[in-house]
Write a protein that binds this ligand. Structure first.
Ligand SMILES: [Zn+2]
Length: 515
């Protein structure tokens, strides 16, 4: 076969095997003057059951109508009723829609191209992220990045920037001057503040930051370091006015009965990461469970009523600790994880979060027992009226962007959340934590962040993974089922599968360069 024939053959092959079906519409389109999703089943994000079919009208970046078109509603509307139309119509028969996912705990690493991270996020339905760091960018540079990505055609979720409260500016540790700094950050366009480490060293400063942030309509996310839970545990941080508490630190310490500090051995050293992560799980086995459930939860709820406090457990980021082999061999690494990340995650004393070089079955057992208590605690908190939201903290310990967010949905379901509660945590609760009154619900007047799904996510969250989920025919043949078809952010329609094909291509090329 001559060279010309060969290339012709490849061209034909590409048409057959490639992307003709998706190629009929561009991978990114809009925003449209009128975009209509017709006849889909709606999960609105509030926890209400699915309802449909509905026609959803989106004008530019706002949902303007949600019209039930079931037989009873149509009969009521009478024979003159015309189904809405627009300059783009997505036929939604047999499809589901839900609000875009809000991921409240993210870092944009500069170890990989940000395009890779953004496409993984959008490819998994993540339309808004609260971001604590963008490589080593300054707060000003983070705002600039957010503005750059706010352009309609930018292939990225909406960013809410919460830079770390750190550095050597003396204003960071003085209450009155801290207030001034919060106001200054507000004028720069910063959305909130991330506090990590030892908020208890400066309890008066924490209070001032939280109070001023609230006045300015900003949020405060607190990660209490395991070296900071004494003197300030989670109850005190919530009382001080934190918008969210990240991870699991500080709750167990709030429920001690026979001690005020954790029972740590004399040789413990916080900066020794294997020890840190071993003992941070152990503290959950020292806590007084009765007190945790009957005293800590009501106290947290009291703070929540006053401040709107939201819990962001980030369950999934710690899974390496209870089953390292599982996270190392996740089925998506091969196609979707860049080799740079796999290298960085490999056990290494010089990399944060890569402390598994000294990890044994006993450590995993402690984490497994800790998880049982922690999952139970978060579920009980939700059941008594507490608000819990989704944060992935992806990017470390084999926890990949996008996939990690969906895994967090699964973890909430394992904690005991009904799938509708899981979706509410991933949408409405996230939006509330961001202080966005018009986000996280499919309702007229709300921002047009909508996911169009080919599968019902309530039946199986795994269909949201970029790899899809393997199903079987009755005669035992395997096939892949993909859930997410379109991710709509601000009225812009992204072909989710096309974005993920780009990611796969990036990974393929990176492996050619570095086998
Ligand atoms: Zn983090």
């Amino acid at each position: 076969m001559g060279r010309a024939w060969l290339s012709l053959w490849f061209a034909v092959f590409a048409v057959i095997e490639g992307i003709p079906a998706q190629q009929t519409v561009p991978p990114v389109g809009g925003p449209y003057n009128r975009l209509v999703i017709r006849g889909a089943m709606m999960i609105d994000g509030t926890g209400a059951p699915p309802s449909g079919p509905v026609d959803i009208v989106i004008e530019r970046n706002v949902i303007t109508q949600v019209i039930p078109v079931d037989p009873v509603s149509l009969a009521r509307r009478g024979p003159g009723f015309q189904r809405p139309t627009g300059d783009r119509v997505i036929e939604g028969e047999n499809l589901y829609v839900m609000p875009g996912i809000v991921d409240l705990h993210t870092h944009i690493s500069d170890r990989v191209p940000s395009e890779y991270i953004f496409k993984l996020w959008l490819g998994h339905g993540v339309t808004s992220v609260r971001v604590f760091s963008i490589g080593s960018k300054s707060p000003d540079e983070m705002v600039a990045e957010k503005r750059r990505l706010a352009a309609p055609q930018a292939i990225a979720p909406r960013l809410y920037v919460y830079p770390f409260w750190r550095g050597d500016d003396p204003r960071l540790s003085d209450p009155e001057r801290a207030r001034a700094l919060v106001r200054e950050w507000k004028t720069k366009g910063i959305d909130g503040i991330k506090i990590s480490g030892k908020p208890g060293l400066y309890p008066d400063v924490l209070k001032a930051i939280c109070d001023e942030a609230r006045r300015q309509g900003m949020g405060v996310a607190v990660h209490i370091g395991q070296d900071g839970v004494v003197p300030m545990h989670a109850l005190e941080v919530a009382r001080a006015g934190a918008t969210t508490i990240e991870h699991h630190y500080g709750y167990a310490e709030a429920a001690f009965s026979d001690q005020t500090v954790q029972d740590l051995p004399a040789h413990y050293n916080y900066l020794d990461e294997p020890a840190r992560f071993r003992y941070t799980a152990k503290v959950w086995l020292e806590t007084d469970l009765e007190k945790l459930m009957t005293q800590v939860i009501p106290e947290l709820l009291k703070s929540a009523q006053e401040t709107g406090f939201v819990m962001v457990p980030t369950f999934a980021v710690y899974e390496a600790n209870r089953d390292l082999m599982r996270v190392q061999t996740l089925s998506w690494h091969e196609r979707f994880t860049l080799p740079t990340l796999m290298d960085y995650w490999r056990p290494n004393p010089r990399h944060h979060g890569a402390y598994h070089y000294a990890w044994a079955s006993g450590d995993e057992a402690i984490w497994d027992r800790m998880y049982r208590r922690w999952l139970e605690f978060v579920n009980a908190y939700k059941n008594r009226g507490g608000r819990v939201a989704v944060g992935s903290d992806a990017g470390s310990a084999y926890h990949l962007y996008g996939f990690g967010t969906i895994r967090e949905l699964e973890m909430l379901e394992r904690a005991g959340f009904h799938p509708l509660e899981v979706i509410r945590a991933a949408t409405l609760e996230g939006a509330r934590a961001l202080g966005e009154a018009r986000l996280g619900v499919i309702r007229p007047g709300y921002l047009a962040d909508v996911l169009v799904l080919e599968e019902n996510p309530l039946a199986d969250f795994k269909v949201l993974y970029g790899t899809g989920v393997t199903r079987f025919t009755t005669d035992g043949r395997a096939f892949q089922k993909h859930g997410l078809k379109y991710t709509i952010r601000d009225g812009v329609v992204f072909d989710a599968r096309a974005l993920l094909r780009d990611v796969e291509e990036m990974v393929r090329q990176a492996k050619v360069r570095k086998p």
